[in-house]
Design a protein around this ligand. Structure first.
Ligand code: AMP
Length: 471
């Protein structure tokens, strides 16, 4: 404990009125621990190395000092850059920062891959004060001359560990070479693997380290369980089996990765289990989502099926169970999801269904929360269905992609053979590539012979992975 009492309100940070009003309107009554520590350091001009996860309030921790510093719209070229590993995070950061900047005239804009750059280029040309970007798209637009980075005074790297995992180091190095040296730097990471430590040494100048207890500790009160389930249909069977106990599973939130899964799960529940079911996802309007939440909170519903995107930012009530019908690809979402159960006197339970590809992600999630989640056998009563061809292909592809990310030498046991010859810029690395049938044949791993339940590619991928299943 330090001698100086920590600030109790945002006003203690001496933020300007526009920001204080926005903070109040966002419903932030008190700074979170990461905000208490980070905001004064950044306002005083230090570089900060923050070890904090999503959910700790880290965006406002670096966002508020940034908005204080940039103050008002000026010129054309961005004066602050926030780099994020994924398009989802970039979009989320844009929304969050815009919310905090609502009473300023600051132009905040996110650029990311996955869609054509034309509109992004047009917006950049009109002038941006704070730019949020994924590394690939940033470099692409910079190299094309659509982006001028020489006015940058602040650089934030968010979720640096994820950036390293996704192989963005070369792009980040490249970007560091071309931006002004004199600037304030912030690096946030949920974990501190060696790669991030190296990056922070290259990138930060005499940083002050801020570390907060990970949100993952909230996972500690929740009893967690994991089932390995081969496919969608078997997941549906398992769901039906588990929720047959109405007393126990009385207010259940079910998370799905896609809208299609969410719709399938919800129609199954309505048909076979209970009409007290609603589904919320990105295609449903905000009002539909809020009404569904309201009904769920009032006890009118037994099941709420949701995608992460739909559930984000909405205050979800206490639930008896969280069922992860699919494993979230954004690992922090796991912590967010299960945080909805197990508070106060409630003994919550979080149950996750994972197919073969998703089991890999579970290993990473376990590392993140620093816990091993008990793997339960599928109950005998649950009928195991065969995996549909398309679904198996999707699983195989995901396993391949993940392996390639972990091991750049790995040439792919599955989908590269099926991709036609292509030339272009790799969106993820920003580097040119040539891909063709010959490339995968150079791969070290051989296909295994076809099996009964698994496709040949799945067997090959499994063989390539070796005996270690969850890593
Ligand atoms: P982050 O870790 O930045 O992704 O923030 C996680 C969530 O916490 C977001 O929904 C924020 O709106 C919310 N949040 C951030 N700071 C505070 C605060 N001081 N009080 C209450 N909620 C907050």
């Amino acid at each position: 404990m330090s001698d100086t009492p920590a600030p109790l309100t945002f006003a203690d940070f001496k933020l300007n009125k526009q920001l204080l009003t926005a903070v109040a309107e966002a419903g932030f009554e008190q700074p979170t621990p990461v905000q208490e520590q980070t905001i004064p350091l950044l306002l005083a001009g230090h570089d900060v190395l923050g070890i904090a996860q999503t959910g700790t309030g880290k965006t406002a921790a670096f966002g508020l000092p940034l908005l204080m510093k940039i103050k008002f719209a000026q010129g054309i070229h961005p004066r602050a850059l926030v780099m994020a590993p994924t398009r989802e995070l970039a979009m989320q950061l844009e929304t969050h920062l815009k919310r905090l900047a609502v009473y300023t005239d600051l132009r905040i804009f996110a650029i990311y891959g996955g869609l054509g750059p034309k509109t992004q280029i047009e917006t950049l040309a009109q002038g941006v004060d704070i730019l949020i970007a994924t590394p690939g798209r940033l470099l692409e637009l910079y190299l094309k001359g659509d982006l001028v980075l020489k006015e940058l005074k602040t650089l934030v790297l968010d979720e640096a560990d994820k950036m390293m995992d996704m192989g963005f180091m070369p792009q980040i190095r490249r970007i560091l070479e071309v931006i002004p040296r004199k600037r304030q730097n912030v690096l946030f990471s949920a974990t501190m693997p060696d790669k991030v430590a190296t990056l922070s040494e290259e990138f930060l100048e005499f940083p002050v380290r801020v570390e907060v207890t990970p949100a993952a500790t909230s996972a500690q009160n929740v009893s967690q369980a994991l089932y390995e389930v081969p496919n969608l249909l078997t997941k549906i069977n398992l769901l039906g089996y588990l929720v047959r106990d109405e007393q126990e599973f009385n207010r259940v939130m079910i998370f799905c990765r896609t809208k299609e899964h969410a719709d399938n799960v919800s129609s199954f529940l309505i048909r076979k289990v209970s009409a007290e079911t609603r589904v919320i996802h990105g295609n449903k309007g905000q009002n539909v989502r809020i009404n569904a939440m309201e009904a769920f909170r009032n006890g009118e519903l037994r099941f709420l099926v949701a995608t992460d995107v739909a559930a984000r930012g909405i205050d979800v009530p206490q639930v008896s169970h969280v069922i992860n019908f699919d494993v979230p690809l954004i690992y922090d979402d796991y912590v967010h999801r299960i945080g909805r159960t197990g508070r106060a006197q409630h003994t919550g339970a979080a149950i996750t269904f994972a197919n073969e590809a998703e089991m890999h992600h579970m290993g990473r999630i376990e590392a993140l929360i620093n816990q091993t989640i008990p793997l339960l056998p599928l109950p005998e009563e649950v009928k195991v269905m065969p995996t549909k061809f398309d679904e198996q292909q999707g699983i195989d592809r995901e396993i391949d992609e993940r392996r390639k990310r972990l091991d750049p030498e790995f040439k792919g046991a599955f989908h590269e053979k099926k991709t036609p010859l292509q030339k272009g810029i790799d969106k993820r690395t920003g580097l040119p590539y040539v891909e063709g049938p010959n490339r995968s044949q150079k791969g070290k791993k051989k296909r295994a012979s076809p099996g009964k339940m698994q496709s040949p590619a799945a067997k090959a991928a499994a063989k390539a992975r070796g005996p270690q299943r969850r890593k």
